[in-house]
Design a protein around this ligand. Structure first.
Ligand code: ADP
Ligand code: MG
Length: 272
C-alpha cells in the first residue's frame, strides 16, 4: 500500500515535470509559470479538466495579446499618447462627434479608405491622426506614423543606398500609414515622386491618414508639379473622408486663456 502510494506520487511528479517540459518546449512561458497556481486552484475549487485547461491557456493567450499589443505600439512610432477620447470636440470645428466615433471604430481600414485632415496649425490634425493610430493599434492593426519630410528623406537615402524597393515594401506593409505634415516643407521633385509611389502602391489596398496645412488646391505648389499632385489626389480622394478643421488654434487658445488669467490676477479685471 505504502509502495503503491509512493509510485503514484512519483508518477504524478514525473507527469508534472513532463507537462512543464512540454510548455517550455512550446515556449508557453507564461502558462508554465502559472501552472503550479492553476493546478492548486483547480484542486482547491474542484475545477473540471476543461476548466483547468481553459484557465491555463487563458494565461498564455492574455500574455501573448499584451506582448503583441506592445510590439505593434512600439512599431507604430506614434509621437504622443493623444487619443480620440482626449479630443475636445467643443474646442474644434470641422469634425463632429458621430464622424469621430465612426473613425474610432477603424471600419474605414476595412475598405482601404483614406482620411485627409486639412487645416491651419494648432487645430488638432496631428492629435486626431495620432488618436486614429492608437485606436488602430488597439484594434490589432499594424500602424506606422511618419512625417512627409521624414518619408521623403528616408526614400532619398534608400535610393542612394540601393534599397529603394525595400523601402517601398516597408511603406506598403502597415494596414494604416499615417503621413503627418504634408505642406510644411516644400518637397523636391524626387520626394514628390517617392510620396506618389508610396500612395500609389497602397491605393485600394490599405489606408493612409494624411495631415496637411494646405488646401488640396495648393498641392501642386507643395509638390512642385501639378501633374504629380493631381495623380496623387486622384488616388487619395477616390475613397476618402476629408476633414477640414478650422477655427482658432487650440495651442493659441491655451495661450489666450493663460494671458487672460494672468491679466485677471495682475489687474483684478475680468477680460470677458
Ligand atoms: P496641428 O497638428 O493641427 O498643428 P496638433 O494636433 O499638434 O495641431 O494640436 C496642438 C496641441 O493642441 C496638441 O497638444 C493637441 O493635443 C492639442 N489640441 C488641439 N486641438 C485639440 C482639441 N480639440 N482637443 C484637445 N486637444 C487639442
Ligand atoms: Mg501637426
Amino acid at each position: 500500500m505504502t509502495t503503491h502510494t509512493h509510485t503514484t506520487t512519483a508518477t504524478a511528479a514525473s507527469v508534472y515535470q513532463q507537462l512543464r517540459g512540454h510548455l517550455a518546449e512550446l515556449k508557453l512561458a507564461d502558462a508554465a509559470e502559472a501552472l503550479p497556481s492553476v493546478l492548486d486552484q483547480a484542486s482547491a475549487e474542484g475545477w473540471s479538466l476543461t476548466q483547468a485547461l481553459e484557465r491555463l491557456l487563458r494565461v498564455e493567450v492574455t500574455a501573448t495579446d499584451a506582448r503583441r499589443l506592445a510590439g505593434r505600439h512600439r512599431f507604430a512610432n506614434l509621437p504622443t499618447g493623444a487619443t480620440l477620447a482626449d479630443f475636445d470636440l467643443d474646442a474644434a470645428s470641422g469634425i463632429d462627434r458621430s464622424l469621430l466615433a465612426e473613425l474610432g471604430t477603424c471600419r474605414y481600414l476595412e475598405t482601404a479608405t483614406n482620411v485627409l485632415l486639412i487645416g491651419p496649425p494648432g487645430v488638432g490634425k496631428t492629435h486626431i491622426a495620432t488618436g486614429l493610430g492608437h485606436a488602430a493599434v488597439h484594434a490589432g492593426y499594424r500602424v506606422y506614423f511618419t512625417s512627409a519630410a521624414d518619408l521623403a528623406a528616408r526614400c532619398h537615402r534608400a535610393a542612394i543606398e540601393g534599397k529603394w524597393s525595400t523601402m517601398m515594401r516597408f511603406f506598403a506593409g502597415p494596414t494604416l500609414l499615417i503621413i503627418d505634415e504634408l505642406g510644411y516643407l516644400p518637397l523636391p521633385g524626387e520626394a514628390a515622386s517617392a510620396l506618389f509611389q508610396v500612395i500609389n502602391q497602397r491605393y485600394l489596398k490599405t489606408s493612409i491618414v494624411i495631415t496637411t496645412n494646405r488646401p488640396v488646391g495648393a498641392w501642386g505648389e507643395v509638390l512642385g508639379d501639378t501633374t504629380v499632385a493631381a495623380a496623387m489626389l486622384d488616388r487619395l480622394l477616390h475613397r476618402s473622408v476629408v476633414v477640414t478643421l478650422d477655427g482658432a488654434s487650440y495651442r493659441l487658445r491655451n495661450h489666450h486663456a493663460a494671458a487672460d488669467e494672468l491679466r485677471r490676477v495682475t489687474t483684478g479685471t475680468n477680460p470677458r
